[in-house]
Write a protein that binds this ligand. Structure first.
Ligand code: ADP
Length: 404
């Protein structure tokens, strides 16, 4: 079966085409700057030349039409006919409390995604546009949605409730949801396989460290607590997001600086984190480079970022009353030995003994970076959210086939 995986953003669509029998990626690409004067389309397929064009693409439906045209293009494409695509899987950031698992798209599911616009105004509207675009271009194809929040629906009340009046939870569903769930779930399964132990017996802290950063206490295979909250702003320090702060800072800053709600939101989401502390750098590669050149602000940003990660790992070890392994994943987690070292350095008290050479080795892929016999392991596991989406979509398509 061939499955198309789609991650629709407000002005972009990223996609991967999977052959599910072998779980291989036949093609991948993206359309960026949708709705602007000149959209950029990039596409690469197994054994084919790379494709790039700049053209006018006004909306998500036109973007998807362009994608499907390229997928069947004789020179750049991988398919002879578009009907070879049997199912489409979408990433959806917010599933609220309605979706503890992936589901087939129906009218009710679309309504629920729409109801959650308030909780994820930057993401869910774009995902729905992606779903509607597929309906328009591939009307007979089954669609599934895979939620970033679903994995965290196992959290107990002690983890997901905020200590504020309960009426706010009842009326507005204000609670911790957590994000990056697909990634945390994937790497925890891979970690158990790498350790050769059943996931159901493990206490893991999975650290997804990309532009957005979150870590999760995975207890016996289930999300027990996670650092992001009602929105992806809470928790760790990120590229441009503040992470945790005293909530009183919000009203105080609004009063002192005469900021509107939008302005304070923008400050905390887009002008904080590494970017604010370093004085303009949000990318970890640039931070490390500047730090190595003696830039004190970059060093402070790096140290704060690592320190906060260490605090969360310690807190989650306490929350689970133990720890078997810390897992590093995503752009920074997979590629920055300096960051991993700075985080692990202060965890020797838990029994984590980092092997500096293993940590710095240019080896890619899944690997252990602790000394042999270290009571607590540290692992690097490249994440693969698209594969999880493809697998869930495939499973739902097979089940539907059986049911019909
Ligand atoms: P997203 O959250 O957007 O999916 P990624 O997981 O791709 O992001 O992570 C992006 C981050 O990874 C950027 O801050 C980038 O600097 C960082 N990164 C990528 N490669 C390296 C590297 N070799 N060293 C340090 N950081 C890296």
């Amino acid at each position: 079966m061939i499955v198309l995986v789609i991650n629709a953003g407000s002005s972009s669509i990223k996609y991967q085409l999977y052959q599910m029998k072998s779980e291989t990626v036949l093609a991948r690409g993206r359309v960026e700057r949708i709705g602007m004067d000149s959209a950029i389309v990039t596409h690469e397929a197994e054994g084919k030349p790379e494709f790039r064009e700049v053209c006018e693409i006004l909306d998500h439906t036109s973007a998807l039409k362009r994608i499907t045209d390229i997928l069947v293009h004789p020179e750049y494409g991988s398919l002879s006919h578009i009907s070879e695509i049997e199912a489409v899987g979408h990433r959806v950031v917010h599933g609220g409390e309605s979706f503890p698992e992936s589901v087939v798209v129906t009218t009710e599911v679309k309504q629920e995604i729409r109801k959650l616009f308030d909780l994820a105004p930057l993401h869910n509207p774009a995902h729905l546009m992606g779903i509607l675009a597929v309906e328009a271009i591939l009307p007979d194809v089954m669609q599934a949605v895979v939620f970033d929040t679903a994995f965290h629906q196992t959290m107990p009340k002690t983890s997901y409730l905020y200590a504020i009046p309960n009426i706010l939870y009842k009326r507005h569903k204000i609670r911790r949801y957590g994000f990056h769930g697909t990634s945390h779930m994937y790497v925890s399964h891979q970690a158990a396989a790498l350790l050769g132990r059943p996931l159901e017996s493990l206490k893991l802290v999975t650290c997804h460290i990309g532009n957005g950063v979150s870590c999760t206490a995975v207890l016996n295979g289930k999300s027990y607590d996670t650092s992001m909250g009602m929105t992806p702003l809470e928790g760790l320090m990120m590229g441009t997001r503040s992470g945790d702060l005293d909530p009183a800072i919000v009203s105080y800053t609004m009063a002192k600086e005469e900021l509107s709600i939008n302005e304070v939101n923008s400050m905390l989401n887009k002008h904080s984190g590494l970017y604010a502390v370093s004085g303009g750098l949000a990318d970890m590669r640039e931070i490390v480079e500047a730090m190595n050149d003696g830039d004190k602000n970059a060093k402070l940003a790096f140290d704060m970022y690592a320190y906060r990660l260490r605090k969360y790992i310690g807190a989650y070890a306490a929350a689970m009353n133990g720890l078997d392994a810390v897992v590093f994943t995503a752009g920074v987690g997979e590629n920055s030995p300096q960051l991993r070292e700075a985080v692990c350095e202060g965890l020797t008290f838990l029994g984590l003994r980092l092997d500096r050479e293993r940590n710095r080795s240019p080896e890619r892929g899944e690997r252990r970076i602790t000394e042999d016999g270290s009571p607590v392991e540290a692992l690097v596991i490249p994440t693969n959210e698209e594969l999880v989406i493809a697998r869930d979509t495939y499973r739902l398509a097979l089940n539907r086939g059986k049911g019909s």
